[in-house]
Design a protein around this ligand. Structure first.
Ligand SMILES: C[S@@+](CC[C@H](N)C(=O)[O-])C[C@H]1O[C@@H](n2cnc3c(N)ncnc32)[C@H](O)[C@@H]1O
Length: 498
């Protein structure tokens, strides 16, 4: 147990020799890398050092790791390697190492290679670990938040950004195994900060097979070697010679497939009428979500039965329902206590006394909701609610599922359907309008445009921001349906103008 926590806090996944060798072969075959100096900043048991000594016989190799035992093992393991005299392996904590001094002693070309720790800052704080950068600004996060834009970040992201700094006025290449999401974030930041100074490449690797880890991982290469196209090329695996697609920055956002995006970029734009929303947020499913067990009789997530008026109960479809196209029936109902955010809830006392009593009896659960959004709000407040929630027809898509599965959702038992807050939706007064927009959204141009922008490895790939980038007006025009679109446009209200 102690050992596994140790491994966890040091993000310890040792690279098999076979994979390290394949990485080095890819660097030589596809990128003609020929370094004079090689640095492995967290070398572990030394697989990248052995592979480098073997294939880069003239390079000087420096390996460092925080773990004394690994340093000894790596040093022993190279004694039989050719050119072992070229390597120096020593114990050092990455965060205490004087990298400026070390790097300034090396001349071009430098190869920074390896597999930095696989651990996030929030995991480290759960473990109460000190394995974090510069105690001064890192522990209170400000420094890293400024760099990564987030309170929780991968330690490898921070390290990679350091490696890029080392190459800010040197020629060289970074080649590391990391999460695909880390590679993407770093490449975007490098692009924003350094323009076209670096070229970048991502090769997918099978993390399950090599590390037993269920994560999308890759070899990320960032190099000062020029490439005519500075978009990041993404390859299926280390043996591929042709990229699957190119990631790049377009219209201020990073898109997954620049070629496809450019084919459909005329569909980008804010839609004036149709505004994507996310479902209801209440953070208290045990009380707010119920199953019908009889006439006006319901059971909540605490296993308690209650007789309630129907007034505040609505059919609920969750991400799993929408993701699996289960829309003609519902399992649960949700208590919708407000028609708009911040609305006074005390009227429930008169309009539905049993519902009021039900909430009152369980108010400790609602008052103790952690999120600060509920502070200083009327009792039993919910979020993600407005007049749009009560329109009868909806088009919904789960933010969590890795497919563009739009569902047309009709009212159930005469009431508009509500969704949980991981579902994104548009709403409509009439079936005809909903069906018209559904036709636009599920047509190839709209699907290909959206697909080109979505990173499917994200935990929540289909975001409101992405959906809002598509102009349905432009799709209608593309499909020759602009006149019909304009008729709907002229009809009812326009949320963007409110
Ligand atoms: C994912 S493993 C990879 C090891 C090696 N690079 C490889 O590819 O097999 C991460 C390594 O980072 C080392 N490590 C963790 N925190 C470190 C730190 N603060 N300074 C230096 N090395 C560290 C761990 O001991 C571990 O060997």
């Amino acid at each position: 147990m102690v050992k596994s926590i140790e491994k966890w806090q040091f993000g310890d996944f040792q690279t098999p020799d076979e994979l390290a060798r394949e990485v080095v072969e890819t660097l030589i075959a596809n990128h003609e890398i020929s370094p004079n100096f090689i640095v492995e900043p967290s070398c572990g048991k030394g697989s990248f050092i052995r592979a480098s000594l073997d294939r880069f016989p003239h390079a000087k190799v420096i390996g460092l790791d925080i773990n004394e035992l690994y340093v000894k093992e790596a040093s022993l393991s190279i004694s039989d390697c050719p050119n072992s005299e070229n390597a120096t392996i020593s114990r050092s904590d990455f965060f205490d190492t004087d990298w400026q001094a070390l790097i300034s002693n090396l001349f071009d070309n430098i190869l920074i290679i390896g597999n930095p720790p696989w651990v996030t800052s929030s995991e480290l704080s759960i473990l109460n670990s000190q394995n974090l950068p510069s105690k001064s600004n890192f522990q209170n996060r400000r420094g890293i938040e400024a760099i990564t834009g987030s309170g929780n970040f991968d330690i490898s992201e921070w390290m990679l950004l350091q490696y890029v700094e080392w190459l800010s006025n040197r020629e060289g290449t970074i080649a590391v195994l990391c999460k695909y999401s880390v590679a993407r974030k770093v490449i975007l930041q490098v692009k924003q900060k350094s323009g076209n100074r670096f070229s970048s490449y991502i090769y997918s690797i099978d993390a399950k097979a090599y590390f037993g880890a269920s994560v999308e991982a890759c070899l990320c290469i960032i190099t000062t070697q020029a490439d005519s196209n500075t978009d990041c090329k993404v390859y299926a695996d280390l043996k591929s010679e042709q990229p699957l697609y190119l990631i790049g920055e377009r219209d201020g956002s990073i898109v997954r497939n620049t070629v496809k995006y450019e084919q459909w970029m005329h569909l980008a734009g804010r839609d004036l009428k149709y505004l994507w929303r996310s479902g209801v947020k209440h953070d208290c499913s045990k009380v707010m979500e119920l199953v019908r067990i009889g006439d006006n009789l319901f059971q909540n997530g605490l296993g308690e039965r209650a007789s309630l008026e129907e007034d505040y109960l609505y059919p609920l479809l969750k991400s799993s329902d929408i993701g699996n196209s289960r829309t003609i029936d519902y399992r649960k109902l949700v208590l919708i206590t407000q028609k708009s955010v911040g609305e006074d809830t005390s009227i429930i006392k008169n309009t539905a006394p049993k519902t009021w009593q039900y909430l009152l009896d369980r108010q400790e659960y609602l008052i103790n909701r952690k999120s600060s959004i509920y502070k200083n709000k009327p009792l039993y407040s919910i979020f993600g609610i407005g007049s749009y929630s009560f329109k009868n027809w909806k088009i919904a898509i789960s933010g969590l599922y890795k497919k563009l599965n739009f569902c047309l959702v009709k009212p159930l038992d005469g009431k508009s359907v509500m969704f949980d807050d991981t579902v994104n939706f548009l709403s409509f007064e009439t079936e005809e309008e909903a069906k018209f927009i559904f036709g636009l959204l599920t047509a190839t141009p709209a699907l290909e445009f959206l697909d080109s922008t979505i990173f499917w490895d994200e935990k929540r790939p289909v975001t409101i921001d992405i959906l809002r980038r598509l102009s349905l007006e432009a799709v209608a025009k593309e499909l020759g349906n602009l006149e019909d679109y304009m008729q709907w446009m002229d009809s009812i209200d326009r949320p963007m103008l409110r």
